[in-house]
Design a protein around this ligand. Structure first.
Ligand code: ZN
Ligand code: ZN
Length: 337
């Protein structure tokens, strides 16, 4: 009898190939890896075994059963699967030990992969599940979000880590493209907040800013922010870019990866301007931006760095009261440090 024919009516059953989850490994990636090594043909089969639909995202509640089947520690697997507060993603979530106040900081449905990292380390990094992570700072390349062979979007239900439903493994058929400095900058900021940061940076020539690049101040500005604070600042910058008075607003892209790349480009442009004290005017202060920053301390435990930077940005974006009546808010007096 093949494994596919086994009936999993016994919750205590363990599959033959067992392994623990790597520090920094995505929980969904772990389940995909273990499903592939046990000949289950992918996550869809595992979801069926769990009694959930193939469209459902695996979450921390599934950890005890998954750990029983595949051999991970329940605690470590639960940590690597998304956990919602009050059962609703809109109220915030926890992923890889990071409390996140917005569900859109995470990209759980449109997987991205660095095939070089999978070749080298053998697992899917949880860092790639953050919405604004589109590049690999170790291999200086863009992540792929489509199969290099058939161009279909990657799915968590694919048969193996680097294998599409079309049957072409990405190890032999890869498509490398170059990221922008901003994309590498953000990938590195996210890496610095992940549990596998040492493994990812060791033995590699880490990406460094070009000498003339103006991101050093921005790096200092972002250095002490939590993962939530980092994302609040980046999305606040991108939102502000859409309200900049002397530029024509860009049409927002819809597909997850191009949209993330566009967000990064807008965010970096504003972030660099702010930290270099350049003049910046907005036509109005959108409520989404105010909410992003004013709720920065709502998570527990509140991070002093997040609170202080959010307060600084609220002032900079003209939302702290004294310039609110003005239609255009000058950021020239902004003090970020
Ligand atoms: Zn890589
Ligand atoms: Zn394919």
């Amino acid at each position: 009898m093949s494994i596919l024919q086994l009936q999993f009516d016994c919750d205590q059953y363990s599959l033959p190939i067992q392994d623990d989850i790597w520090p920094g490994e995505s929980g969904q990636g772990y389940v995909l890896r273990m499903a592939a090594s046990n000949g289950l043909g992918g996550i869809a089969r595992v979801k069926k075994m769990l009694g959930c639909s193939r469209f459902q995202t695996l979450c921390a509640q599934d950890a005890p059963q998954l750990a029983q089947w595949f051999g991970a520690s329940v605690q470590r697997l639960s940590y690597a699967l998304e956990s919602t507060q009050g059962g609703r993603r809109v109220e915030g979530l926890t992923y890889m030990g990071h409390n996140l106040g917005r569900s859109y900081f995470l990209n759980r449905s449109y997987p991205r992969v660095c095939p070089d990292c999978v070749n080298e380390f053998g697992y899917c990094r949880a860092a790639w599940d953050f919405t604004l992570c589109v590049a690999c700072a170790r291999h200086h390349r863009l992540l792929i979000d489509r199969c290099p062979a058939c161009s279909a979007p990657l799915k968590w239900t694919r048969p193996a880590l680097c294998l599409c439903d079309c049957g072409h493994p990405w190890t032999s058929l890869d498509f490398r493209s170059s990221p922008t400095d901003g994309e590498l900058f953000i990938a590195q900021l996210i890496d610095h907040r992940m549990d596998d940061q040492n493994r990812i940076s060791s033995g590699a020539s880490p990406w460094r800013f070009p000498a003339a690049f103006g991101f050093d101040l921005l790096r200092q500005f972002m250095a002490d922010l939590s993962m939530d604070g980092l994302h609040r600042a980046l999305f606040a910058f991108a939102t502000a870019a859409g309200y900049e008075s002397d530029t024509v607003p860009e049409r927002r892209l819809r597909a997850a990866m191009p949209k993330a790349q566009q967000t990064i480009s807008m965010s970096m442009a504003v972030g660099v301007k702010l930290t270099q004290q350049e003049r910046f005017f907005m036509t109005s202060s959108p409520s989404v931006l105010i909410d992003l920053l004013s709720e920065a301390g709502a998570l527990t435990p509140a991070s002093p760095a997040d609170l202080s930077i959010a307060q600084s940005l609220l002032g900079a974006f003209g939302t702290s009261g004294f310039v609110k009546s003005s239609k255009q808010s000058s950021l020239a007096q902004l003090v970020l440090f």
